[in-house]
Design a protein around this ligand. Structure first.
Ligand code: ZN
Length: 322
């Protein structure tokens, strides 16, 4: 019954160190669009940077809280250990050359469920991957520094690192409407559709021997699932509460409405609404250009702007290696 209430992934939020390095990596090297520059609504002296496709559609949005002086975290159990992006099947050589050109270390491509995967890390050590596949029907976006045919299409999947899979599986398959679509060794793959389309895949990777993770830069803070409306969000919330999952009340995140809850393995989950989206307070052409503050912080804009390190996009520095 809850199957149609979740469309797949909405966004992934991680912690970072330097905001400028973060912009250079995600907008520069990976070629995602900075679709919103705002502040952490719970700590407005820290940026909240949103990257995505042209308009930041659900399933493409990677967000960061860059704290210049934060301690480094450690990836481990109870976290979303690896965030995986989708690239076209014939783009693997392009990306290997591009990562090498910009000095990003990566592992040689490995096979997973018949697709090639490249593992690499951002400047804070956050685990990332590119999966080359021909199942992604989403529109490409590019600033121009990456040929559109090779650009990242959005998320492919997320890896949850767990000591065991059963209890998390029961939440995913029950209240969150996912089904098991694949299994390989200690990896169990779930999706809201039976094929497991890019942007809709959750992999539980279970290993009871691994250490628990520690929050800090280079780690994922939470992952969010996409729900089409406020009504569907309330329906999921009711289902969670009746299953004994303590979901928060609905919070206004300006660009979406959110509920949060901790899954049994320890990862913080969010369910976020598709509307209103990032065109809510900027037009398509100017997304990400101005510092956006929530209405309740506008009266101290001057003060907040002084606390934030200025950041700039440098697309020309990240043109394709010839
Ligand atoms: Zn979130």
């Amino acid at each position: 019954m809850s199957k149609q209430l979740i469309n797949g992934l909405h966004h992934v939020t991680a912690m970072a160190g330097s905001p400028q390095q973060n912009v250079d990596f995600y907008a520069g090297i990976l070629g995602l669009r900075l679709v919103k520059k705002t502040v952490n609504f719970d700590a407005p002296d820290v940026y909240h940077l949103y990257y995505g496709d042209e308009t930041g559609l659900p399933g493409s949005i990677m967000t960061f809280f860059p704290f210049p002086n934060i301690r480094p975290g450690k990836a481990g159990l109870g976290q979303a250990g690896v965030t995986t992006f989708s690239i076209p099947k014939n783009s693997i050589d392009y990306w290997l050359r591009r990562l090498a050109h910009f000095g990003v270390k990566f592992r040689e491509p490995e096979a997973r469920f018949d697709e090639a995967v490249i593992y690499f890390e951002d400047m804070d050590g956050l685990g990332l991957e590119l999966v080359a596949n021909d199942a992604d029907e989403r529109q490409p976006f590019t600033y121009g520094q990456i040929p559109a045919e090779h650009s990242i299409r959005g998320f492919y999947s997320i890896e949850l690192w767990e000591s065991a899979y059963e209890r998390t599986e029961s939440l995913l398959a029950g209240q969150l409407g996912h089904q098991l679509v694949g299994e390989s060794g200690s990896r169990r793959r779930y999706s809201v559709d039976e094929k497991g389309k890019p942007g809709r895949i959750i992999d539980i990777v279970w290993d009871g021997g691994k250490a628990f993770g520690m929050g800090g830069s280079g780690t994922v803070h939470h992952i969010a699932f996409d729900t089409p409306s406020d009504e569907s969000q309330l329906a999921i919330r009711e289902e969670l509460l009746s299953a004994g999952v303590r979901a928060t009340p609905v919070l206004d995140r300006q660009y979406f409405h959110s509920i949060y809850f901790r899954e049994p393995g320890g990862v913080l989950f969010e369910v976020a609404t598709t509307p209103p989206g990032f065109l809510y307070d900027e037009d398509r052409k100017h997304l990400g250009e101005a510092l956006k503050l929530p209405p309740w912080e506008e009266h101290r804009r001057d003060y907040i702007e002084k606390l934030l390190e200025p950041i700039t996009l440098n697309p020309e520095k990240y043109a394709s290696p010839s």
